[in-house]
Ligand binder design. Structure first.
Ligand SMILES: Cc1cc2nc3c(=O)[nH]c(=O)nc-3n(C[C@H](O)[C@H](O)[C@H](O)COP(=O)(O)OP(=O)(O)OC[C@H]3O[C@@H](n4cnc5c(N)ncnc54)[C@H](O)[C@@H]3O)c2cc1C
Length: 479
């Protein structure tokens, strides 16, 4: 990639060309912004995060790279062998196709798409700590062996766990270490992916497009201290864990290729993921437990919602407060939901539930789930009258509207995880006003007729009922 004269300007500087940085840069360029992306390594570079969940496909479609990913020769991840609750290994079919990728090539593909969309890419180039000035940011760079500086109105930190902006990372899980290596063997056996729970932690392994088998052990860092494991004996511990895990049954005659690496896999969230002149996306914003294999999907999600937040800050300063709130709440919700899910999943493991690794991570008791409302009564559709539950209210909530974030009325209720502004593409605020009084469904259909087709209205009413947001009005008129 070409060099820069000292002190060039750009509207947005993105530091980091991993999945999150490339996706953010690509979206912002498509929205008409001038974007310069700085990536430290020449691509393809090695990176963990090789199992992609099926949820990445809609994101790749939005980014316009789904066809390129489909034809890149990555492997479908249709089946996993999971030994989790007890000693029985169970085959688990994925609902829709997940993927096993070479992250170096996957990220290179996204970065090339960003460059094609007009993003100026400086690579390999290292950004040093950016400096905030009255006119924007000055980013000191080491590029082509030269010290130079890039000026930008807006800065996006997509530098992964290390990040470039600093800031406090709040841990949201107990400390976890991943020990990682690649294997080859004579003959492949069994499904693409294996997940195994053991006494000291859990293990993940998968066959990759280049014919290697990526195998990881997730353990407490204390295990290394207890066993006095240093840099030299790391491989011995890793081999012992792998042999005990059964993961290597994926090959006949497995042999380790290359070095064993230890990486921090602790979950955290950055305290300030967005300000009026900067944003953190991907793992610069938060990291989730690799247990879900959805880190890349989350990183892409932060890039897509982050792009809308940045675009709003740059073109609609009057909506800045809504944009900041949207992105902060999105980060907090994602982190909390994922942490609850992970704790519940750790809690499903029984065989070593009394061991420190599992006790420190598992949720105590089953996850509370709201009681199901009874089925919709058969005569509900014709004669009975319904109105909105008295504790359901409309609140102003920041929502994505086209390419910007705006405040919209959203339905809030203790049973809803978060306020809901749209259902099935229909803005709820305009509909629920009719539910303030008790109406039968035919009366309601008439009231909603100009806004939503009959069948869709019935669907929305059914959803409100299932969430427990409708109260029947008794014949006497009182609910
Ligand atoms: C052990 C482990 C296993 C995992 N397994 C999975 C999995 O199976 N599936 C999954 O979806 N997720 C997994 N994850 C999570 C996944 O790796 C991350 O979610 C994902 O890599 C985050 O992408 P990113 O773009 O935010 O950061 P990264 O992928 O870390 O990209 C950051 C980029 O920024 C560049 N950079 C950093 N600092 C600078 C700088 N100062 N100047 C210039 N460039 C810079 C780096 O070179 C890098 O290319 C795993 C994580 C761990 C720790």
């Amino acid at each position: 990639m070409s060099g820069l004269d000292a002190g060039p300007r750009t509207e947005v500087c993105v530091v980091g060309g991993g999945s999150a940085g490339s996706a953010l840069a690509l979206r912002l360029a498509r929205m008409g912004h001038e974007v310069c992306l700085v990536e430290r390594h020449a691509f393809p570079r090695p990176q963990v995060g090789e199992a992609l969940t099926p949820g990445v496909w809609p994101q790749l479609e939005v980014l316009g790279v789904a066809d390129a990913v489909r034809s890149a020769g990555f492997l479908p991840a249709r089946e996993a062998l999971v030994r989790w609750e007890d000693a029985t290994a169970r085959p688990v079919r994925m609902g829709a196709d997940g993927l096993l990728v070479d992250r170096g090539r996957f990220d290179a593909l996204l970065l090339a798409a960003a460059a094609n969309a007009g993003v100026r890419v400086l690579q390999p180039a290292t950004a040093r700590r950016p400096v905030r000035t009255a006119e924007g940011w000055v980013v000191p760079l080491l590029h082509d062996g030269r010290e130079t500086r890039l000026r930008a109105r807006f800065l996006a930190d997509a530098g992964g766990r290390g990040g470039c902006l600093g800031g406090r990372k709040v841990p949201v899980s107990v400390s976890t270490l991943a020990l990682h290596g690649y294997w080859r063997g004579e003959q492949r056996q069994g499904p693409e992916t294996r997940v195994v729970a053991g006494a000291e932690g859990w293990y993940w392994g998968a066959h990759l497009p280049d014919g290697t088998f990526s195998a990881m052990a997730f353990v407490d860092p204390a295990l290394l201290r207890e066993r006095s494991v240093g840099r030299r004996s790391l491989e011995l511990l890793y081999r012992a864990l792998m042999e005990g895990s059964g993961l290597l049954e994926a090959w006949t005659a497995p042999r380790l290729v290359g070095a064993v690496h230890a990486r921090d896999a602790t979950c955290y969230r950055d305290e300030v993921p967005i300000e009026e002149d900067c944003i953190k996306v991907g793992e610069a914003s938060f990291s989730i437990d690799p247990l879900s294999s959805s880190g890349v999907q989350k990183a892409l999600q932060t890039a897509l919602s982050g792009a809308v937040a940045v675009h709003t800050l740059l073109v609609r300063p009057d909506s800045a407060a809504a944009a900041l709130r949207f992105y902060r709440e999105d980060q907090r919700d994602s982190v909390a939901r994922h942490a609850a899910w992970a704790a519940g999943y750790y809690g499903e493991h029984r065989a070593h539930a009394d061991r420190p690794f599992w006790k420190r991570r598992a949720a105590r008791g089953p996850m509370p789930s709201p009681p199901e409302p009874p089925p919709l009564p058969e005569d509900a559709l014709a004669h009975r009258r319904w109105r909105l539950a008295s504790d359901a209210i409309l609140v102003d909530t920041p929502c994505i509207v086209g390419d910007v974030i705006e405040l919209r009325g959203a339905l809030s209720h203790p049973r809803l995880a978060r306020p809901v502004a749209w259902l099935d593409g229909v803005e709820l605020a305009s509909l629920v006003e009719s539910l303030r009084e008790g109406l039968t469904l035919p009366q309601l259909a008439e009231a909603w007729a100009r806004r939503v087709p009959w069948r869709q209205g019935v669907g929305i009413l059914g959803w409100l009922y299932r969430q427990g947001l409708l109260t029947e009005v008794t014949p006497s008129g009182s609910p």
